[in-house]
Write a protein of this length. Structure first.
Length: 431
C-alpha cells in the first residue's frame, strides 16, 4: 500500500527514512527551479537583445538580472496557486519544444559539419565573442578523470524514480508489464533525443560547446531565436509545476520536524459509502483510498472523465495522512515567496546551468536514483529474494556511493566554471 517514494522510505527506514526522502525531493525540485531560472536567463537575454540600443544603456550582468526578474514576475502568479490542472498539457508541450529545438540544431550542424566555420561563445564577463571552429573532432576524452563530470548529467537527465509509483497509479490498468512498457518507451525516446541533440551540438561547436548549446548561436539568428522563444515559453509554464511539489515537500518537512501544526482537516467518515466520501472536496487535506468496480474501470479505459468511485475510506496510518498534508493559504503564500526569492537570488549569481545540474546530479540524483532504492529494497525485500540479489544490491550501494563522492569532489572544484569553455584566441567580439 505504500504508493509514494516518501512512504517507501518510511516502510524501509522508519520516520527518519521518510524525512530523508522528503528532504531529497525538496532538494531536487529546488535545484531544478534554480536551473530553470538560469536557463530562462540564457534563453531570454538574446531575445531582449532585439530591442534597439538595449546594450548601450544596460550592462550584460544587469540585463540578465532584469530579464530574469521580469520572467519571475510574470510566472509567479501561477506558482501561488493550489492546483495546476489546467497545465496538464505541458507534458506534450515540453517534448514538442525539445523536438523543435533538436531539429533546428541538427539542421544547423548539418550545414557546417566537417568544415571550418564561425560560431559564437560567451566569455566569463558575459560578452558574446566569435570563435573559429575547425573540424578536428575528438572521439575520446583527453582526461578520463574529467570525464567523470558527465555522470551527474546522466543522473539528472534520467531522474524520474520518485515519479514511478504515481505514474503507475495513473494507468488505467496498472500492471507490471504496462508500467514496464511505459518506462522502456520513455527512456528510449529520451535517449534518442539526448543522443541526437548532443552529437549535433558537438558537430556544430566542437571544443567550444557551451553548457547550453543555444549560447553558441548568435542573438540575430532567426531560427535559433524561434527555438529560444518556444523553449523559454515552455520553461516558464513548467516552472510552477516544479514549484508546487517543492512547496509541498518543504511544508511536510517542516511539519514533520514539529515546526508548525497540521491544519484541521475537513470532516469525513472513516469508512462509509456516503456521498461526501464518494465525492470528496478538492480542498480536503486527508488521504483517501477510492474503490471502483472492475466493470466500470474496463468500460472507461482510455477516458479521463465520467468514472465515479463506488466507495472510499481513510487510511488509519497517521504517516499516510501526514504525507497528504497540504499548507493553508497563508502558509502556501509564505513558502512560495521564500522558494521564489531564494531561487531567484541564487540563479542571478550562478555562472552556468551546467554547475547547477552537476551539483544536483552528483549528490541528490545518485541518492534518489541508485543508493536509496537499493537500500530500501534490501530492507523491505531482504534476503528473501536470494543471497545473490541481496549481495548485488549491497555492491550497488557501495559502488555508486564511491562514484557519487568522486563526482561531488569534481563538482566542487568546478563551481566557478563559466557558461562556455575558455577560448584562447577569439576572433572578434560579436554584435
Amino acid at each position: 500500500g505504500r504508493d509514494t517514494f516518501e512512504l517507501i522510505g518510511h516502510a524501509a527506514l522508519g520516520e527518519c527514512g521518510r524525512k530523508v526522502t522528503i528532504a531529497l525531493v525538496l532538494a531536487i525540485c529546488w535545484l531544478a527551479l534554480i536551473a530553470y531560472a538560469v536557463l530562462l536567463a540564457d534563453l531570454l537575454v538574446p531575445l531582449v537583445d532585439f530591442v534597439p540600443d538595449i546594450q548601450s544603456h544596460v550592462s550584460n550582468d544587469n540585463l540578465r538580472v532584469l530579464t530574469l526578474c521580469g520572467a519571475m514576475f510574470l510566472l509567479s502568479p501561477m506558482c501561488y496557486k493550489n492546483g495546476l490542472a489546467a497545465l496538464s498539457f505541458m507534458c506534450f508541450a515540453s517534448v514538442g519544444s525539445v523536438v523543435i529545438v533538436g531539429i533546428v540544431i541538427v539542421y544547423r550542424a548539418y550545414l557546417v559539419a566537417g568544415t571550418t566555420h564561425m560560431i559564437h561563445s560567451v566569455s566569463p564577463s558575459r560578452d558574446v565573442i566569435s570563435v573559429l571552429v575547425y573540424s578536428n573532432y575528438k572521439w575520446w576524452p583527453e582526461d578520463w578523470v574529467q570525464a567523470l563530470y558527465v555522470f551527474p548529467m546522466f543522473g539528472v537527465s534520467f531522474m524520474c524514480h520518485f515519479n514511478a509509483l504515481p505514474t503507475h497509479q495513473e494507468l488505467s490498468r496498472p500492471t507490471r508489464p504496462r508500467i514496464r512498457g511505459v518506462l522502456i518507451l520513455t527512456m528510449s525516446v529520451t535517449c534518442g533525443l539526448y543522443f541526437i541533440i548532443g552529437v549535433a551540438g558537438y558537430l556544430y561547436a566542437g571544443d567550444c560547446t557551451c553548457g547550453n548549446i543555444l549560447l553558441n548561436f548568435g542573438s540575430n539568428d532567426l531560427s535559433i531565436a524561434f527555438a529560444r522563444a518556444i523553449l523559454g515559453f515552455v520553461l516558464m509554464l513548467n516552472f510552477p509545476l516544479i514549484c508546487q511539489p517543492c512547496r509541498n515537500a518543504l511544508y511536510r518537512l517542516i511539519l514533520g520536524c514539529g515546526c508548525c501544526a497540521n491544519p484541521p482537516s475537513s470532516d469525513a467518515p472513516d469508512a462509509s459509502a456516503s456521498q461526501e466520501c464518494r465525492q470528496p472536496s478538492s480542498s480536503s487535506q486527508e488521504a483517501h483510498v477510492h474503490v471502483y468496480l472492475r466493470e466500470s474501470m474496463e468500460a472507461h479505459v482510455g477516458r479521463r472523465m465520467g468514472l465515479e468511485a463506488l466507495d472510499a475510506f481513510r487510511p488509519k496510518d497517521e504517516t499516510v495522512q501526514q504525507s497528504a498534508a497540504m499548507p493553508t493559504r497563508t502558509q502556501r503564500y509564505l513558502l512560495t515567496t521564500l522558494i521564489l526569492a531564494f531561487s531567484l537570488m541564487i540563479a542571478c549569481c550562478a555562472s552556468s546551468v551546467l554547475v547547477v545540474w552537476s551539483i544536483l546530479g552528483s549528490t541528490v540524483c545518485f541518492l534518489v536514483g541508485l543508493i536509496l532504492p537499493a537500500m530500501f529494497w534490501r530492507r523491505i525485500i531482504g534476503i528473501s529474494a536470494g543471497s545473490r540479489w541481496y549481495g548485488a544490491a549491497g555492491v550497488l550501494v557501495w559502488v555508486t556511493s564511491l562514484i557519487a563522492i568522486m563526482c561531488t569532489v569534481l563538482t566542487i572544484l568546478k563551481l566557478d566554471s563559466p557558461a562556455c569553455p575558455p577560448v584562447k584566441h577569439p576572433v572578434s567580439p560579436a554584435f
